[in-house]
Write a protein that binds this ligand. Structure first.
Ligand SMILES: C[S@@+](CC[C@H](N)C(=O)[O-])C[C@H]1O[C@@H](n2cnc3c(N)ncnc32)[C@H](O)[C@@H]1O
Length: 196
């Protein structure tokens, strides 16, 4: 997707229902409407709203799906995904920086989405292999190549949206397990910390 392309009606509704303000440090809430990443501490950011909207439109999360949100940071994308899949789905956020997890959980608790959770990344483990497979995987940090451990956690059929070397990549897996990879527009992200 290029920046000129449409944002889905479902994603627009999710953005109205899960406002960014609730996932920002108090002193940054006045800037929530600005279309830029905002710092959430520990060198990390709450992502730029148009980028989040584009990624969620590409992911196309559907009611009832099982979603993995890698690099859930502030928890905003996790809550948006929770809205998109609804109470028949599940969303599991995973975050590497321990100090970000409690604030994300507190922000998410206000949404009362019992089907959404946030977990700490285990040392040396990418994603949440113990909960795989996932119908959709969103990655909000930039890898240097397609992350094999996350491909292993993707269901068939399934879809993963992940920035790789400044390009947005969409991996579509069909029911037989065959992957098609699309390489889309240019984006800038914090790095995905991963040894692979
Ligand atoms: C752009 S930030 C947060 C995006 C988040 N979706 C939001 O809008 O607040 C990306 C996050 O990825 C996390 N991260 C980087 N490598 C990771 C890894 N291997 N596992 C889990 N999280 C990781 C960073 O700590 C950071 O919080």
């Amino acid at each position: 997707m290029t920046r000129g392309q449409q944002i889905s009606a479902e994603v627009r509704a999710a953005l109205r229902s899960v406002p960014r303000e609730g996932f920002l440090p108090a002193e940054l809430r006045p800037f929530a409407a600005e279309d830029r990443p905002l710092p959430i501490g520990h060198g990390q950011t709450n992502s730029q709203p148009t980028t989040v909207a584009h990624m969620l439109t590409l992911l196309d999360a559907q009611p009832g799906e099982r979603i993995l949100d890698v690099g859930c940071g502030s928890g905003w994308t996790t809550g948006l995904l929770g809205h998109l899949v609804g109470r028949t789905g599940t969303v599991r956020g995973v975050e590497l920086i321990d100090e970000l997890i409690d604030p994300a959980r507190r922000s998410l608790a206000l949404l009362s989405q019992g089907w959404v959770s946030v977990e700490a990344a285990a040392a040396g483990v990418l994603g949440l292999p113990e909960h795989a497979p996932f119908d959709k995987i969103l990655v909000s940090a930039q890898a240097h190549r397609l992350p094999a451990p996350l491909l292993e956690q993707l269901a068939a059929p399934g879809r993963m949206v992940v920035p790789v070397s400044e390009r947005m990549m969409v991996v579509d897996r069909d029911g037989a397990g065959h992957d098609t990879v699309r390489r889309l527009g240019t984006y800038s992200f914090v790095p995905l910390i991963w040894q692979g």
